[in-house]
Design a protein around this ligand. Sequence first.
Ligand code: GSH
Length: 230
Amino acid sequence: MTLTVHHLGVSQSDRVVWLCEELGIDYVLKKYDRSPVMAPEAYKALHPIGSAPVIEDGPLKLAESGACVEYIAQIYGKGSLVVQPGAKNYADYLYWFHFGNGSLVPAVMYKMVLASSGASPVNEAVQRYGARLQRLLALLDQRLGEVPWLAGDEFTCADIMNLFALTTARCFQPLDLSEYKNIVAYLKRVSGREGYRRAMKKGDPDQDIEALTGAAPPPIFKGYAALQKE
Ligand SMILES: N[C@@H](CCC(=O)N[C@@H](CS)C(=O)NCC(=O)O)C(=O)O
């Protein structure tokens, strides 16, 4: 069977391309451009939810980043980049794997939605969700001061699940990470990985890796910036 990864440009399906490159597996990459900001109709038609990522493996069609990442790592990677039950860092792996989509991405999204609604910076919800994002980033920064990768000494799918919020998501919601020194050092480690560089070159060749993984916010996605001005 052939694994097909449907990748929407500048989106969280970059995780799946990255995983495939880290694993060095054979896959077909189908790319779609945002139109102008959301997924184009051809992408929406892939799955009832219409959001990226979507993968296909023979008759199987699967969405949700966490499900796609687990499926590929287990089926195609034979458990590579996964920490197995019984390992001393198994619970760390589970926690940080789910931290990405369970807490970090939603916190960045709340900030983005509130900002685009025009809410004042002193609005109670803006303050509350801003404080939540800061707590999450502080915890992440503390963790990365203790270990090089989120599950411990080794790079795993937990890293793959979290990176989007720290890189590509900042093309929609500016986030300066300068005060989080360990996160900044981590992003530098990620940017040095061959698998990550290959994935970005194949999936999002127009994105500047150095800008995405730097402390300062990367440039806002063109279509989104135009929408904000309307
Ligand atoms: N929890 C889902 C979220 C998927 C999601 O919202 N994807 C965004 C890309 S960052 C998307 O498809 N946006 C375009 C659209 O909804 O039209 C996952 O991790 O797969």
